[in-house]
Design a protein around this ligand. Structure first.
Ligand code: GRF
Length: 201
């Protein structure tokens, strides 16, 4: 199954997906990386692996709809069947999300439904959470609201700062994102019409 990864920055989750897909037994192949930020570090990294890496900046287009049309054209041209958002920092329109319903997934650095949105590690610490973590979910219209495919919990340690906590959560992200992508690519999970995750077997 062909996969396109959408990023805005560092791209370490993209890197984890690329690394996992190098394994001959992995059921998905990363065919394209698209960033809305030309300076995203992940673009260079993808090219080092011989993967097509495109910058499609929002500022090159008069409207959000025109920008999304350009992204859709690039995704279609890539032949990707699955879209993996990996630190793509732009909210996608309802039309975009519906087009890829059940085929687009995202990684989020909290145990959803706790802490959707930004600054998740700060907020988990401020709330006094003893457990935090990360989630891979199908993308639906509400931000960070789609059905959950996989999660990993990370204990909050005494003395954790947002940065130390983020670093441990990121390691967990790099474990569960390839796992969740493989589940989707193998057909072990799908999104039903009423936006629920259904697991096979
Ligand atoms: C990750 O924490 C991801 O969960 C969040 O943005 C960050 C992206 O990091 N959505 P990277 O670009 O994958 O290194």
């Amino acid at each position: 199954v062909s996969v396109a990864v959408m990023i805005s920055g560092r791209g370490s989750n993209m890197g984890a997906l690329i690394a996992a897909a190098l394994d001959a037994g992995f059921p998905a192949k990363i065919v394209s990386v698209i960033s809305d930020k030309p300076e995203a570090k992940g673009l260079e990294h993808a090219r080092e692996f011989g993967i097509e890496a495109l910058a499609i900046p929002r500022s090159d287009y008069p409207s959000k709809a025109d920008h999304e049309a350009a992204v859709i054209a690039a995704l279609d041209a890539s032949g990707a069947r699955i879209i993996a958002l990996a630190g793509y920092m732009r909210l996608l329109s309802g039309d975009f999300v519906k087009r890829y319903a059940g085929r687009m997934i995202n990684i989020h650095p909290s145990l959803l439904p706790a802490f959707p949105g930004l600054a998740t590690h700060e907020r988990a610490l401020a709330a006094g959470c003893r457990v935090h973590g990360c989630t891979v979910h199908f993308v639906t219209e509400g931000m960070d609201e789609g059905p959950i495919i996989e999660q990993e919990a990370v204990r909050v340690e005494r003395g954790d700062t947002p940065d130390t906590l983020a670093a441990r959560v990121l390691e967990a992200e790099h474990r569960i994102y390839p796992m969740a992508l493989a589940m989707l690519a193998r057909g072990e999970v799908r999104m039903s019409g009423d936006n629920r995750a259904q697991f096979a077997g």
